[in-house]
Design a protein around this ligand. Structure first.
Ligand code: PNS
Length: 194
C-alpha cells in the first residue's frame, strides 16, 4: 500500500524541539543530545509567549541555550510565536521532537501531538525519553526550588545555576560566591531579616 504521505527521495530531516525552556534543564539538554543524533538538523525553538510571566526573558533563554548547544554542528536555537505547526512549516521541519518523562506527561503530549497532526498531518511528532535520572525534572520545579533557596546542582547546567542565582539574588555576582548554593550572600541574609 502506498504511504499516505510519500516522503520522496532521501532528504535532509529537520526537526524542531519547541518549548518554554524557562530555564533549560539537564533533561532538555539530554533530549537535545539524543535528537541531534537522529536528525540532520535540530532547531531548539523557544516559544515567545507574552501571556506568561517568565523568570528568564526570551533573549536570556536564547543566550543560555546557544552557549549550551554551541558544540553541536547540527543544532541551532530560534524563537517563535503562533502555532508550532506554522513555525515547523516556515523552517521546513518534518518532525517535532518532544520528551516524555513519565506516564503523567503522556496525556498532554498525546493531545498536543494529535492536535498538531490535525492541523498539519504530514508533520510527525517524535517522542524521546530523557535519561531516567531526569525523569522527575521540570523547569517549573527547578524555578520553585531555586526561588525557595534549595540547591539545583546537577539538575541544570552550571551556567543556568549561576544565572538562576544572579536572577534570584541581585547581590550575587559571578565569581563572588562559591558555587555551592548552601552559601547565601550576606546582603541576601540581611534583606530576608529586614
Ligand atoms: O515546554 P512547554 O511549555 O511544555 O512547551 C509547550 C509548547 C511550546 C510546545 C506548546 O505550548 C506549543 O506548541 N505552543 C505553541 C502554540 C500551539 O501550537 N498550540 C497548539 C498545539 S496543541
Amino acid at each position: 500500500m502506498a504511504p499516505a504521505f510519500p516522503r520522496g527521495p532521501l532528504h535532509k530531516t529537520t526537526a524542531i524541539y519547541p518549548g518554554s525552556f524557562d530555564p533549560p534543564t539537564n533533561g532538555h539538554l539530554d533530549l537535545i543530545e539524543r535528537g541531534s543524533k537522529i536528525f540532520d538538523e535540530l532547531i531548539v525553538a523557544i516559544l515567545r509567549n507574552p501571556d506568561k510571566d517568565p523568570l528568564f526573558n526570551v533573549s536570556e533563554r536564547v543566550a543560555m541555550l546557544e552557549a549550551l548547544t554551541g558544540h553541536y554542528s547540527n543544532v541551532r536555537v530560534d524563537t517563535f510565536d503562533g502555532l508550532t505547526v506554522d513555525y515547523a512549516d516556515k523552517v521546513g521541519a518534518s518532525s517535532v521532537l518532544r520528551g516524555i518523562r513519565a506516564l503523567s506527561d503522556y496525556e498532554y503530549e498525546l493531545q498536543m501531538a494529535l492536535m498538531n497532526r490535525k492541523l498539519r498531518p504530514e508533520l510527525e511528532t517524535v517522542f524521546m525519553m530523557p535519561a531516567e535520572k531526569y525523569s522527575y525534572l521540570s523547569s517549573r520545579l527547578v524555578r520553585e526550588v531555586a526561588q525557595l533557596g534549595g540547591s539545583v546542582k546537577g539538575l541544570v547546567p552550571e551556567l543556568v545555576e549561576q544565572n538562576l542565582r544572579g536572577k534570584l539574588d541581585p547581590a550575587f555576582k559571578l565569581g563572588e560566591f562559591p558555587h555551592d548554593t548552601r552559601f547565601e550572600s550576606r546582603k541576601s541574609r540581611a534583606r530576608k531579616k529586614a
